[in-house]
Design a protein around this ligand. Structure first.
Ligand code: HEM
Length: 330
């Protein structure tokens, strides 16, 4: 697939022109360049959520999910899932003791050649409200190559102009560092629109909550776990049987923003148990089925549609740039 950026906000995918709302100043090449400048270039690896592993399992929808969306994901059958668990940032050698968001990306294979792909993180909010803030957010945190120093004045000015970009780090800072990929809750963060059999529409955000009771390790004991405990933990756990996550749909109310992923929807919103994700097997590190693919959060089945969140719409183009670089060995 060729992605060509022409006029601001107009993306050509092959011969199909798509206008993405609000992405006028967001440039996917600049976004991926900014990731490389901050985290280094690591040939063959994803430029975001670089450290990770591939896993397989299945998803089974519930009647309550089916009542909200015509997507075949909710038809009661079990649908094969390819999953990727990851550690935040663009460094494939990042320590599992870092406070970054963990990722859970999924590709669900559905009847009639449909797919449902998603990329979820272990935080209910993202660090930018607008795609054009992605590269500047990283750039002001990147040390000057000559001095090795971050420009503190520029950083302070950016933070003051965009206080919402600090919310995710604040939220993550208040959470313990987990000892297991199977112990995190993963949120879709962006809003999506579901359509039911009568054509009624409902905006939602989704999350996957772990069904195994895994408490986070004591911070003082974390050091003894080393840097790569997450992959080891999952492989060992899966030897004893699958791990499970509940798939919840949080229903939007009039008070919620449908377009700003730096906001958290309150727990008081109605929520529906719409499915169950079962993970049965994992493979460590690079070299698995997740390498030569990307998880496109706009690859959605009928019955699930994107909201107008501009951050959501900016994602596939940036993922495409990263994908193109890593599969060509860059
Ligand atoms: C403008 C906004 C964003 C940009 C520029 C961006 C950029 C990237 C890039 C370049 C990658 C690597 C893709 C690949 O090589 O396959 C990536 C992966 C990922 N991103 Fe984003 N991202 C954005 C928003 C988000 C949001 C809002 C979420 C949270 C829901 C998110 C979650 C993830 C996850 C989970 C992965 C790993 C996917 C995998 O395992 O293949 N991203 N992102």
């Amino acid at each position: 697939m060729t992605l060509t950026r022409t006029l601001p906000g107009l993306l050509l995918i092959g011969s199909l022109a798509v206008i993405y709302p609000g992405t006028a100043a967001a440039n996917p090449t600049q976004q991926v360049d900014a990731l490389e400048a901050l985290f280094g270039t690591h040939p063959g690896f994803r430029r975001g959520q670089a450290k990770g592993l591939c896993a397989t399992g299945y998803f089974t929808g519930t009647e309550d999910g089916k009542a909200l969306s015509t997507a075949t994901a909710f038809n009661g059958d079990s649908h094969p899932v390819l999953a990727r668990f990851s550690v935040g940032g663009g460094n494939p050698a990042a320590t599992d003791q870092s406070r970054s968001a963990r990722g859970l990306a999924l590709k669900m294979t559905l009847p009639d050649r449909e797919q449902w792909q998603m990329g979820n993180i272990s935080a209910p909010l993202y660090f930018i409200a607008k795609p054009e803030h992605f590269a500047p957010f990283l750039e002001v945190r990147t040390p000057d190559p000559d001095t090795g120093e971050v420009d503190q004045e520029a950083l302070a000015a950016f933070n003051e102009a965009h206080p919402e970009t600090l919310r995710q780090a604040q939220w993550l800072g208040a959470q313990p560092i987990g000892g297991s990929y199977a112990g995190y809750t993963y949120w879709g963060v962006n809003a999506f629109r579901l359509t039911d059999a009568d054509g009624t529409e409902q905006y939602v955000r989704w999350s996957f909550t772990p069904q195994q009771d895994i408490s986070a390790p004591d911070e003082s004991a974390l050091g003894e776990l080393g840097d790569d405990f997450l992959a080891e933990d999952l492989a060992e756990r899966l030897q004893d049987g699958p791990v499970h996550f509940d798939f919840h749909l949080q229903l939007a109310t009039d008070d919620n923003s449908l377009v700003d992923p730096t906001t958290i929807w309150p727990d008081s919103n109605p929520s529906v148990l719409a499915g169950k994700l079962t993970i049965e097997a994992s493979s460590t590190g690079k070299g698995g089925n997740c390498d030569r693919m990307m998880f496109n959060p706009l690859a959605l089945p009928e019955g699930v549609a994107a909201s107008d969140d501009p951050v959501l719409h900016a994602r596939p183009a940036a993922y495409g740039v990263s994908f193109g670089r890593r599969v060509s060995g860059e």
